[in-house]
Design a protein around this ligand. Sequence first.
Ligand code: FAD
Length: 178
Amino acid sequence: MRTGCVGQRRAAERVVVAGGGFAGATCARYLKKWAPALDVTRIETVAFCVACPMSNRMLAGGFGLRSLARTHEALASDYGVRLVRGTVARIDHDKRQVLLVGGGAVGYKRLVVASGIDFATQSSAGLAPALDSGRVLHAWRSGGLQITRMRDRLAEMRPGGTVVVHVPRAPFRCPPGP
Ligand SMILES: Cc1cc2nc3c(=O)[nH]c(=O)nc-3n(C[C@H](O)[C@H](O)[C@H](O)COP(=O)(O)OP(=O)(O)OC[C@H]3O[C@@H](n4cnc5c(N)ncnc54)[C@H](O)[C@@H]3O)c2cc1C
C-alpha cells in the first residue's frame, strides 16, 4: 500500500545550473528534456552566449560576431528552463543556496557548477600586465573585444611581419585546437 504523498503533488525539485555556456546550457536542456517535471534554473552573468567555434573565421573578415551570438532567453523559452541573470558570488552548501553578487539567493536540491575556466594569470609572471596592455591578444572568449582587436591588428600588419602564437599547457579552452 502506498503511503505519504498519495493524492498530493510534490513541489518540483529544483536543479540549479550555475553558468550558461556550452556545458551549463546543454546540461540544463537535457535535464528538462529527460525530466520535464524538474524545475531547472540556470544562473548566467552575461546576456549573450557567443560561440567560440567558427570565431576564427572572423580573423579572415566577412564573418561577424553577430552570427555567433545567441541569447540565453532562447533556451529558456524553448525548453522551459528558468533563467536568472546574475553572478554567483558564493555557494552555501549547508543551506543549499546559491548567493548572488549584489544580494539575492537561489535555493536548490541539486547544483551543477558549469562556470568554465579562466586564465591563471598569477602562475605566469607578466601575463596580467601583458593582457592589460592590449598588446597580447587572445581568442579565449569570442564575446569580448579580443578577437575584434586581433582581427584589426592582423589587418594592420605589413607583409613579412611576425606573429607569435603560443600554445599554453592544458587545461585550456580548446585543447584539440592547436
Ligand atoms: C577559439 C576557440 C575555438 C573553439 N572551437 C571549438 C570547436 O570548434 N568545437 C568545440 O567543441 N569546442 C571549441 N572550443 C572550446 C569551447 O568553446 C569550450 O570548450 C566551451 O566553450 C567550454 O564551455 P563551458 O560551458 O565549460 O565554459 P564557458 O563557455 O566558459 O561558459 C561558462 C559560462 O559561465 C558563466 N559564468 C562564469 N562565472 C559565473 C558566475 N560566477 N556566475 C554566473 N555565471 C558565470 C560565463 O558567463 C559563461 O557563460 C573553442 C574554444 C576557443 C577559444
